[in-house]
Design a protein around this ligand. Structure first.
Ligand code: SF4
Length: 433
């Protein structure tokens, strides 16, 4: 196996001070996760118990996808419910019955809480238990919160997966050690990783969430799990309460992150260095070649991250180490030191890390830093573009396939494209004057 990257902890961010802020923030709520999760678990349905605003949010976010039978909807809480005139529980039961009668293909139903359901204190866990009695075993009914009061946009996936953990079947104590990959991945990426594990001789690899709710992975003390996404704090806690053990690794973004992530599994499953290298080298070299073109565009460019999803730290590591970008501030909504340890060990010491947000203060720091590109939410992108900054929408990084070797160049291109566009506009303006 190629030696792991030599790390000089003194030069890393592992002990660097973190700027902590708790002020006004500009992020989507956890309902947004439905947009990518409903594509993953193909027999699941997400019923948001919310207002017309919630319905509008997910419909416009998913507007580009037209399904004959959509896999999400909103049970609207209206003024009568808010005023306590109608019995919201009865209305919810009625909506669920009608939905499940009409859609026998639904095998797992998530009741997704929102700000309005919280405001009227609608107890969705009791509703899920009540409705489960009626519909089990044909449909399993779960609940989680995607409310903007409680969650930011990637926390919706965390809450959803955590709600599924109690359903995972227990694994026999004598079962061989198995590997669980945790976090929603596009099918194409999942297939690539599955091929790598198989070629290394690692059997018993399961993905969570699965593509089909009837194929839930089993779990027990012989489960080792790798996080594919950096925002699954509650899910990780729930998996550990079922006996699973986390394999610390950087996240599989870029060539280096993917190699070290695969290596973490290879080491635990006793894969020899020769086998590891023979499996990973062709993909690694191909991905490195594909990155070259983007390095020319990105090298030396300064980047500023606003906090939207905890993807910022792994992405910053990829952009600085593999593409030569300079990090100004790297914001993250929250910092899970354990899950991020291997990432922090790879980030340059000079990086300013910030956790949480006080948006006005952060905007001032961003202006003072004069970065070449700013990664931020939709709400900040337009005003910053109007001020002359080049921006990248953080949400696109969650929607796009960006994990693994084959996607490394696509990931780099997501950052290169806005810079190239800005250069073209500047060149055209110059030509016109
Ligand atoms: Fe808005 Fe809250 Fe509904 Fe999210 S859950 S769309 S923040 S009202």
């Amino acid at each position: 196996m190629n030696a792991a990257i030599p790390i000089k902890l003194d030069d890393s961010c592992i002990d660097s001070p973190v700027l902590r802020e708790r002020g006004q923030r500009e992020v989507f709520c956890g309902l947004t996760g439905i947009i990518w999760m409903h594509r993953k678990i193909q027999d699941a349905f997400f019923l948001v118990v919310g207002s017309r605003t919630c319905a509008h949010l997910i419909q416009s976010a998913a507007g580009v996808m037209i399904f004959a039978e959509p896999r999400f909807a909103t049970a609207i809480i209206d003024e009568r419910d808010l005023a306590g005139i109608a019995d919201a529980n009865e209305e919810l039961d009625r909506v669920v019955r009608r939905l499940l009668e009409r859609r026998p293909d639904i095998k797992m139903l998530f009741l997704v809480g929102s700000c309005p359901s919280e405001v009227i204190k609608l107890d969705l866990s009791r509703a899920a238990a009540r409705l489960s009695k009626e519909f089990l075993p044909n449909v399993r009914i779960l609940n989680y919160s995607g409310s903007g009061i409680e969650t930011t946009f990637t926390q919706g996936e965390d809450a959803c997966l955590a709600s599924m953990v109690p359903l995972l079947p227990p694994m026999e104590a004598t079962a061989p050690t198995s590997l669980m990959i945790v976090g929603c991945l596009p099918d194409v990426v999942e297939d690539q990783f599955a091929r790598h594990f198989k070629a290394m001789g690692i059997e018993n690899v399961q993905f969570f969430p699965p593509r089909n709710s009837r194929a839930l992975p089993s779990i027990g003390p012989n489960t080792r799990y790798l996080l594919a996404q950096p925002f699954l704090t509650d899910t990780a806690r729930a998996l550990e309460s079922r006996g699973a053990t986390h394999l610390p690794a950087p996240f599989p973004f870029g060539v280096e992150g993917t190699t070290e992530w695969l290596r973490a599994a290879a080491e635990v499953f006793g894969v020899s260095s020769e086998v590891f290298d023979s499996v990973t080298t062709p993909s690694r070299e191909r991905a490195q070649r594909a990155l070259e073109r983007h390095r020319t565009q990105l090298q030396g460019k300064r980047i500023f991250f606003f906090p939207d999803s905890p993807l910022e730290i792994p992405l910053a590591r990829f952009l600085s180490r593999e593409l030569g970008m300079q990090l100004t501030e790297v914001g993250t909504p929250y910092l899970h030191r354990d899950h991020m340890k291997r990432e922090l060990m790879l980030l340059p010491k000079t990086t300013q890390l910030s956790e949480g947000q006080d948006v006005e203060k952060q905007l001032d720091r961003c202006r003072a830093a004069t970065p070449d590109i700013v990664v931020c939410g939709l709400g900040l992108a337009n005003p910053l573009e109007a001020e002359g900054f080049t921006t990248k929408w953080a949400i696109e990084l969650v929607f796009s396939p960006i994990h693994g070797y084959e996607q490394s160049a696509d990931l780099a291109e997501l950052f290169a494209r806005p810079l190239v566009r800005r250069q073209k506009i500047a060149a055209e303006e110059l030509a016109c004057n």
